[in-house]
Write a protein that binds this ligand. Structure first.
Ligand code: PMM
Length: 278
């Protein structure tokens, strides 16, 4: 999944795609590079970010969603707002990626149930401006797993098909670097819940923290793509179904290596084919 933030203030690519034309060009390039999905988002979720009005979010994302869908690209919409999710799906988006797992907007579960598209429920505790205050855990893996399963209960009670739910540990959302690493190291525990897993590690703070001090690291998020690719490979080998990344090529190649490696271990003779969206 390639990240396309149409925002002025995302932590890594904010302001890069100021107009819809630039954003569409970037989305087409990610699809050419092998992204199975291009994830269009109009609201920054970096810690401390202010919420964006639905009208503004629609204004940012809809022209990009329409153009990319028209060009045959599979688009997901990264939003916590039910109204934006509905509009994007009506325009052809094939997945709703909600970093709040339905907690930010009570209408989200109904929209997902009605539209029937796959839905990514991410572990989330609070809006961006206060998320860091909620990074308190006794057992981060157990608490994230049980809080996500509560979201699944809520979604299925609203009529969402459990076969269309993807879970995401929400790296960086109300988490410190040690929490993020612990979740990655125990991805198999979350996978045991039986849902496909999406991992959104790309260029995040915990990667910067682990890279700090490595020769060649200059500290900027844009310099973290090789490190992100390493995490993508490890996540894929641990059973992740999808990785959400800024640099598609490096992570796709890394995931292909993980597929070849795991295929050889399992004796299936797999040669590193790219994963395919069902
Ligand atoms: N992270 C961000 C935004 N959307 N969606 C999912 N499913 N998982 C994530 O971890 C996630 C996300 C924030 O990062 P960005 O500013 O690079 O988009």
């Amino acid at each position: 999944m390639g990240i396309l933030n149409v925002t002025p203030d995302s932590f890594s690519d904010g302001g890069l795609h100021a107009g819809p034309e630039q954003a569409v060009r970037r989305g087409l390039r990610m699809a050419d590079e092998g992204a199975d999905l291009v994830d269009v988002g109009g609201e920054s979720t970096r810690p401390g970010a202010e919420p964006v009005a639905v009208r503004e979010e629609l204004f940012r994302v809809m022209p990009v969603v329409r153009e990319l869908v028209g060009a045959g690209v599979r688009v997901s919409v990264d939003t916590t707002h039910a109204e934006v999710a509905r509009a994007a799906v009506e325009a052809g988006a094939c997945l709703v990626n909600d970093v709040s797992g339905g907690l930010a907007d009570p209408a989200m579960a109904d929209v997902v149930a009605e539209t029937g598209v796959p839905y990514v429920a991410t572990h989330w505790r609070a809006p961006s401006r206060e998320m860091d205050r909620h990074a308190l855990y006794r057992d981060v893996v157990g608490e994230v797993t049980s809080e996500l399963l509560r979201r699944v209960e809520h979604l299925t009670a609203a009529g969402v098909d459990p076969g269309r739910i993807v879970l995401d540990p929400g790296l960086g959302f109300s988490k410190r670097a040690t929490h993020d690493w612990e979740l990655l190291a125990h991805l198999h525990t979350l996978a045991a819940a039986g849902f496909p897993l999406l991992v959104g590690a790309s260029r995040k703070r915990f990667i910067g923290a682990a890279l700090g001090g490595c020769p060649g690291d200059e500290g900027a998020p844009q310099g973290r793509d090789a490190a992100t690719a390493a995490v993508s490979a490890l996540a894929a080998a641990a059973g992740a179904f999808c990785v959400r990344v800024h640099d598609v090529r490096s992570s796709l190649h890394a995931v292909c290596m993980a597929a070849a490696w795991t295929g050889a271990v399992e004796g299936s003779g797999e040669k590193g084919s790219a994963p395919v969206w069902p």
